[in-house]
Every structure is written in C-alpha cells, then in structure tokens.
Ligand binder design. Structure first.
Ligand SMILES: *Cc1c(COP(=O)(O)O)cnc(C)c1O
Length: 388
C-alpha cells in the first residue's frame, strides 16, 4: 500500500512531479547563465499569471508574510493612514504589520463568514485621506472570498494604493491585476503557485513603485527595501548577473517550471477548474449536512473550504479518522472558533480524484465518529457537479 497520504491543506499543497524534479538539480551559482535565464523567465512568466503586463515582479526568498512585509514596509511612512479590510486572521496580521511601520491603521472587520460591503469601504475612504488599503482575496482562516474589482475601482477613485493579499488565491482565483487596477498583488510559493515553501512573490504597479520613489524617509526594513531588490530584478530580467541577497536557486528553477505548467493549462481553464472542484466539494459538504463558515456561495473561496464539525463530532476525533483514511486536512485557524471547524485546501494541481477521495474520507471519518449519514451521499452530490 502507498504509505504517502494526500495533502489537502491550504498550503503547502501537493506539488507537480516536474516541479519536484526541477528542485533536485545540482545547485548552481546564482550568477550562472542558466540560472540568470531561469530567474529572468520567471519574472516574465509572473506578469502573465498575474495578468499585469505593466507590473514590476519581485521574487525574494521568504514566506508570504515577507511578501506582505515588502508591500507594507516600502509603501508606509510613519504617520500614513492605512485602511485594512479584514475577513479573518490574515487581515488582522496586516493591521499589526502596518502599525510596526508607524501607520495609523483603521480596520473594517467583516462579520464572521461575510465580506465588508463596498459602500461601507467607500464611506470610510470619503471620511479621511488614506495612503493605502489592504484586503485579503481569500482569507485562509475563513475561506471567505472578496471580489477585488470594486477595491481596484475605489483605489483609483480615491487615489489610494490597493494591496491584495493573494497568498491563498494567486493562480487559483481569477485575478487581472492591470485590468482591475490593483497596485500590489502578493503571494507565496507554497499555495496555488505550486512550489515548495520559501519564496515571497509580488507584482507592484508602476503607481506603487512611484509612491515608493517619492518617500521622504528610508524604508524601515533593510531586507525588504525595494532599493536593494529592484536593481536585482531589473538585472535578471535583462539577463545580467546581480546580487543583493543570495536567491533561493533551486526554488527559483522550480518556480519557472511551475509557472510554465500554469500557463500551459491557461489562466481561464485554471480558474474554471478551481471553481468546479470547489463547487463540487461544497455541494458534497452540504449534502453531508455540514455548515460552512462563508455564509453564501458568492463569498465562498474556490481554493479552500472551511466546514464546521457537525453537532456531536469533535475535531480531535474527526481529523485523525480522516488521516487514517489517507488524507491530511487542517484544523481551524481563527482563534475564537479554532476547535469548531476544519479546513481543506483544493488549489494548484488538485484534480477530480483528489476531491472525491477527500469527500469519501470525510464520509468514512464521520461514520466512525458516530455521525449518521448515508454512505456515498457526499460523493453523489460531488459527482453531479463534476460530471456536468
Ligand atoms: C498563508 C497565508 C499568508 C502567510 O503566508 P506564509 O507563507 O505562511 O507566511 C498570508 N496571507 C494569506 C491569505 C495566507 O493564506
């Protein structure tokens, strides 16, 4: 029997074999011609995946939180006003992060499982002058999905820089950075981008770069300072050697491989696959009688789901049973309700059999925990959508 379990958590995810193979090349010099080419290609491919032909991509060793830090530290000066739209744990993190750089932060917090209505955001933007606005495309703690378009429009209307935390969405949820007018779209390698953990990825609009150039004070974070990294990105893209901090050589080669796989599938096909798989999974969950954190289909993410444990079933007993059935899922993340729900990542390379296996594992685990359902009820619901 295969000992390996299927990893269905919201990052790290299951990676494509070609990506893992690319990781295993002998590490070259960071200024070897082949590596310079890989780095340059990756920057160019990022613009396509982000759908931002005019943007400036950055590839820097670190995690998604560094990507958040890059945007925050380069764009905030002490005393600037920032508006954080929070739909969960990562919204709260962004507020904390911006405060470190001296921002006056206002938070608009959505009720659990909901988004903040656009008119509430506009009201706030009318009330005072903000330098930037952040929102989480998919908050990984709640599986709530924000529609980025209105944020882009409001950013333009009120001359506020918009930052999309896309760590749980880029290359899974629909994103058109240029068309939607979003200034920063950031992510990390280990989620829907499909590369092992260790890269912070970000595309900045020319508008955001301009705002950084017009700073009056130095960036308060030495490692994250675009002044150190922009020349490196420009050099690699011009296929020239450069150095500020040693790039994560093997991860960058793997990134190039994964971006090629993503673009070969095509962005529209990829968004559609995520939508269909997520819809099938949500349908299965509700057929099993479980409730989800997102209050409606409109605000439900396509990259992960967050169901509550049913009455009488404890997470402490359900998750180990799911593991026994061969699938790893994640517990809750939002402090107040951490023990009341679990999370299933379905992004990146996820396919039909992964999702059916996951539904079957949840069914078996529920039955072993004494929760009464008709075996197969979730599978039928999922199949109905998958076979459409
Ligand atoms: C995972 C995640 C982060 C943090 O990324 P790390 O790589 O763990 O630092 C930030 N925002 C969102 C929406 C995430 O899903």
């Amino acid at each position: 029997m295969k000992a390996r379990k299927l990893l269905m958590i919201p990052g790290p995810i299951e990676f494509e074999p070609e990506v893992m193979l690319a990781m295993s090349i002998p590490t070259t010099s960071h200024v070897a011609p082949d590596f310079i080419d890989s780095f340059g290609n990756s920057l160019e491919l990022m613009r396509k995946v982000w759908q931002s032909p005019s943007g400036q991509p950055f590839i820097i060793a670190g995690t998604g939180t560094l990507a958040m830090d890059l945007a925050g530290s380069n764009l905030i000066e002490a005393g600037d006003n920032a508006l954080v739209i929070s739909t969960g744990y990562f919204g709260e993190r962004y507020a904390e992060l911006l405060k470190r750089y001296g921002a006056n932060v206002d938070i608009l917090k959505a009720p659990l499982g909901e988004v903040v209505p656009v008119d509430k955001v506009e009201e706030k933007l009318k009330s005072k002058s903000y330098k930037l606005l952040t929102f989480t495309h998919v908050d990984t703690s709640t599986a709530v999905l924000n529609d980025p378009k209105p944020f882009g429009e409001l950013g333009k209307k009120y001359k506020v820089l918009t930052i999309l935390d896309g760590v749980c969405s880029v290359a899974g949820e629909e994103i058109r950075q240029d068309e939607w007018g979003i200034d920063i779209v950031l992510t990390a390698s280990q989620k829907a981008i499909g590369v092992p953990p260790g890269l912070a990825l970000l595309v900045a609009s020319q508008n955001a770069i301009e705002a950084w150039k017009n700073r009056k004070t130095p960036v308060g974070n030495y490692y994250a300072d675009w002044g150190n990294w922009l020349p490196v990105m420009e050099a690699y893209e011009a296929r020239k050697p450069s150095y500020f901090g040693t790039p994560a050589v093997n991860l960058v080669v793997a990134l190039e491989t994964s971006l090629k796989i993503i673009l070969k599938e095509g962005m529209e096909n990829r968004f559609q696959r995520h939508r269909k798989i997520a819809k099938a999974f949500r349908s299965a969950i509700s057929a099993m009688g479980l409730k989800m954190i997102p209050v409606s289909e409109e605000v439900a993410a396509n990259t992960l789901s967050a169901p509550y444990y049913p009455e009488g079933v404890e997470g402490g007993s359900l998750l180990p049973e799911i593991t026994k059935a061969g699938i790893i899922m994640a517990g809750g993340l939002l402090p107040d309700i951490k023990t009341k729900y679990f999370r299933i990542g379905h992004m990146g390379s996820v396919n039909q059999s992964d999702i059916l296996g996951s539904v079957a594992a949840i069914e078996s685990a529920l039955l072993s925990c004494g929760y009464k359902i008709k075996p197969g009820i979730g599978l039928v619901a999922a199949q109905e959508i998958l076979n459409q």
